[in-house]
Design a protein around this ligand. Sequence first.
Ligand code: NAD
Length: 282
Amino acid sequence: MAMAVIIDGKKISQQIKDELKEKTAALRAKGKTGALAVIQVGEDPASSVYVRNKKNACAYIGIESLAYELPEETKEAELLKLIEELNQKTEVKGILVQLPLPAHICEDKIIQAIDPKKDVDGFHPQSVGAMTIGEKGFLSCTPAGIIQLLKRSGIEITGKHCVVIGRSNIVGKPMALLMLRENATVTITHSKTKDLPKICKQADILIVAMGKPQYIGAEYIKEGAVVIDVGIHRDENNKLCGDVKFEEASSIASAITPVPGGVGPMTIAMLMNNCVQSIEEG
Ligand code: NAD
């Protein structure tokens, strides 16, 4: 049996970052610059890794990043005040608040405080609404990254049946909407869905964002399907793995994303894309 083509997210994200680096230099030559403000509250180690990667990506493509590392006990009102200040600063073109926030801070309230023109994560209700009706606005980074992975791998989306597992606001829902926008026929599944294997087996493109380590195996995958694995977990040996049983899935799928090196690097590349877009428009 033929093995699936491995969709190389590391390579594709590098291409995108190199394109953005050139674009940033061209914008700078025209006097267009700007900074990304990155706010972290507390010291969650996973968040610290993400924040560091985002700052490194900014340095690579030539965008200034401003780091705000606030203590765990920061009050909601203080964070809102900082966001308001950053909304007013013209040189700040993007504002990113690393999630999750400590339990005493309401994430929705914080997201809604960000000026939609600087909402480079694409989480503000205005950005989500714009995406839903196909208006201009920042796209949610992980789903936008997956669209790029598919397009740049030459995978046709129009007319294909796409099944998305998961309906979270940051992955599942925007993913389904973007696939719809690309003319796929979309099915959204979730924890209350009945007969998940049967539905998934109908997918030409299966996008898995359920947050369950190595859950999806052969019984969910149609011969020749494209499998996109959004999950990120540590297995018992502390190695990274996804929601999909990679070896098993690879022998059935025509193309598959690995973890690590699949969707993960694309998320940051698309964040950078949104920052450059913001600099260009500002
Ligand atoms: P979440 O927990 O918010 O959502 C999980 C979704 O899966 C829910 O909508 C739920 O209904 C569904 N689900 C759970 N169990 C199910 C089951 N048994 N059958 C069918 N559906 C089920 O998670 P999330 O924020 O959407 O993230 C999903 C995964 O993707 C996590 O592992 C997360 O770490 C990872 N993630 C990766 C990136 C990246 O850049 N690669 C970005 C965001 C999230």
